[in-house]
Ligand binder design. Structure first.
Ligand code: F6P
Length: 373
């Protein structure tokens, strides 16, 4: 007798972030409760599909994980099947397609970031039917206004900058706080505005050292003997290069950014006679329990992914656009990222309250853009 119940694989690709477990729970509970499906969880992202390390996921397996950070399935950012680093960069994508067929799967739900969605798109051409669920603290996926994990990272970074604020005030210092986000400045922008940072430096807008120094001097002159700078790890000065912490083929993304806060501190030491300190928030931003917003987003995304799979709609990523849930073709998301548009209204509001982006205000398109109605 053929088994005609739905069989769905699920994996969590790329780096972890808060809210992945909430998405995994939603996918699994929704598929089992609403669609009578069997769910199989792959270990460590695509690595589990290549190696066939897989186990059934039942309702009880995902009970109690809504609030837990990380991913119970494990993740890997070295397991791109088209450049499989555990096997010297070999193309093992045929193995993924084979596992998919051998396990008689109807679809695969891939919870991941831009790398995972690009891989997913390529796999669809090999007959693997995939629905993506966007997660990354970087919020840099095309086609969705929000990704799971971003809100939590912003809230952690905001809290950290708030704490830095009080010590900066006491010691009359310039305090530079470096956020993650790779080539997109979403975390620095949102956490910087939320914590009232005096300067926000984004990858999208090359900064001028003199403009940052001017802010610190102006604040000194006006009697505010401290300055808070929120800098995204992908920020760079005019004409400068990204600051790279590590290069190598150990990871799918061979460049690991990091260290711009110390570079900026060195750049400011000469023009300023003020004590300067740096803090790199690093992986703190990816740890711990997701915010209520991320739990709800993950639950909405996960249940929607389950419904799409049950309806036979694949080759898409679930998304939220202008507060409405939708889906976008993987083809539109693959091999691209969503950076902060320089006419973004949050930049305009930040400028209006006196925040600097490390350039002349007139050089920020949001400054001159017509206000939205
Ligand atoms: O993409 C998420 C992210 O945390 C980036 O913000 C950061 O640049 C990168 O991953 C760090 O990667 P890893 O966990 O490999 O150090």
């Amino acid at each position: 007798m053929p088994n005609d119940s739905l069989r769905v694989g699920v994996l969590t690709g790329g780096g972890d972030c808060p809210g992945i477990n909430a998405a995994l729970r939603a996918v699994t509970k929704s598929l089992t409760l609403q669609h009578d499906a069997e769910v199989l969880g792959f270990r460590d992202g695509f690595r589990g599909v290549v190696d066939r390390t897989v186990e059934p996921l039942h309702y009880r397996d995902v009970s109690g994980i809504l609030t837990r950070g990380g991913t119970i399935l494990g993740a890997s950012n070295k397991a791109n099947p088209f450049n499989y680093l555990p096997r010297g960069g070999a193309d093992v994508s045929a193995q993924v397609a084979k596992t998919y067929r051998t396990l008689d799967l109807d679809a695969l739900v891939a919870i991941g970031g831009d790398g995972t969605m690009s891989i997913a798109h390529r796999l669809t051409r090999l007959g693997v039917d995939i629905v993506g669920v966007p997660k990354t603290i970087d919020n840099d996926l095309v086609g969705t206004d929000r990704t799971v994990g971003f809100d939590t990272a912003v809230s952690i970074a905001t809290d950290a900058i708030d704490r830095i604020h009080t010590t900066a005030q006491s010691h009359h210092r310039v305090m530079i706080v470096e956020t993650m986000g790779r080539y997109a400045g979403w975390i620095a922008l949102h956490a910087g505005v939320a914590s009232g940072a005096d300067v926000i430096l984004l990858p999208e807008l090359e900064y001028e050292v003199e403009a940052v120094a001017d802010v610190c001097r102006d604040r000194e002159r006006s009697g505010q003997h401290f300055t808070i700078v929120a800098v995204a790890e992908g920020a760079r000065h005019k004409g400068g290069d990204y600051v790279v912490q590590e290069r190598g083929d150990e990871y799918t993304d061979s460049i690991r950014l990091g260290g711009i806060s110390r570079v900026l501190a060195d750049q400011l030491r000469e023009p300023l006679d003020i004590s300067i300190r740096t803090t790199v928030l690093g992986h703190m931003q990816r740890g711990g329990s997701p915010t209520a917003y991320d739990r709800n987003l993950a639950t909405a995304f996960g249940t929607r992914a389950a419904a799409l799979v049950a309806a036979g709609t694949t080759g898409v990523m679930v998304a939220v656009q202008d507060d409405a849930f939708t889906q976008v073709p993987l083809a539109e998301i693959a091999d691209t990222i969503r950076t902060v548009p320089l006419d973004h209204p949050l930049l305009a509001s930040a400028l209006d309250v006196g925040t600097s982006f490390g350039v002349e205000n007139d050089d920020v398109p949001a400054h001159t853009a017509a206000p939205s109605q």
